[in-house]
Design a protein around this ligand. Structure first.
Ligand SMILES: Cc1cc2nc3c(=O)[nH]c(=O)nc-3n(C[C@H](O)[C@H](O)[C@H](O)COP(=O)(O)O)c2cc1C
Length: 178
């Protein structure tokens, strides 16, 4: 799918509502995907994101070594694949193949973008001080991509135990937040 460049100053608006995302990494040229819901925005620009990636995940070692990943933001159409990706490990499963997702080369990192996701954030790990204690990686988004389709994006939000909320109505209020 054709993507256009997305301003780094607006990346926070993609993540603030806390959608479930898929993190891609690359290890010895082999791409992998994991599902992640424990993430948070930490700064506007450059966009800084903190996220918890368990040390039991294959992604943990890949991210620690490569210090690069892509955060891919899916919509509800991909929900079953998102859960499948989160229920399997790259140790034993080639997830791009198994879940019929399309890797696309990123501009600045070795990990691929997932074409089917409506937005993709190329990230570098900038701080690992909380990794040993909390599995908490701090990432800087260095390039962001978004699908030019204007329709509201129905992201999925994890409620635990297999339950998800699908984003719906958008409302406007006079908030002082950027
Ligand atoms: C909805 C959902 C949300 C998840 N969120 C996280 C998360 O925030 N952090 C984490 O470490 N694992 C999370 N997981 C679990 C990982 O996706 C799972 O352990 C996966 O198998 C790791 O893949 P890997 O071994 O290929 O890295 C989540 C799984 C699902 C289904």
């Amino acid at each position: 799918m054709l993507k256009k460049s997305f301003p780094l100053s607006k990346v926070y608006s993609l993540l603030e509502p806390g959608p479930v995302v898929m993190v891609t990494t690359s290890r010895k040229g082999q791409p992998n995907i994991m599902t992640m819901s424990w993430h948070t925005m930490m700064d506007f620009e450059p966009p800084i994101i903190g996220c918890v990636i368990s040390n039991g995940d294959y992604t943990f070692e890949s991210l620690k070594k490569s210090k690069e990943c892509v955060i891919n933001i899916p919509t509800v159409e991909l929900a079953k694949k998102v859960v499948g990706v989160g229920n399997t490990s790259g140790r034993s499963v080639e997830k791009f193949k198994k879940f019929d997702l399309t890797p696309v080369a990123a501009s600045y990192v070795s990990a691929p973008l997932i074409s089917e996701c409506y937005a993709n954030l190329e990230c570098k790990v900038i701080d690992t001080r909380l990794v040993n204690q909390y599995n908490f990686f701090i990432l800087e988004v260095i390039k962001a991509w978004i699908s030019p389709a204007k329709k509201p994006q129905k992201t999925i939000h994890h409620l635990g135990k297999g339950a998800f909320m699908v984003a719906g109505r958008k409302i406007k209020l006079p908030s002082k937040m950027k």
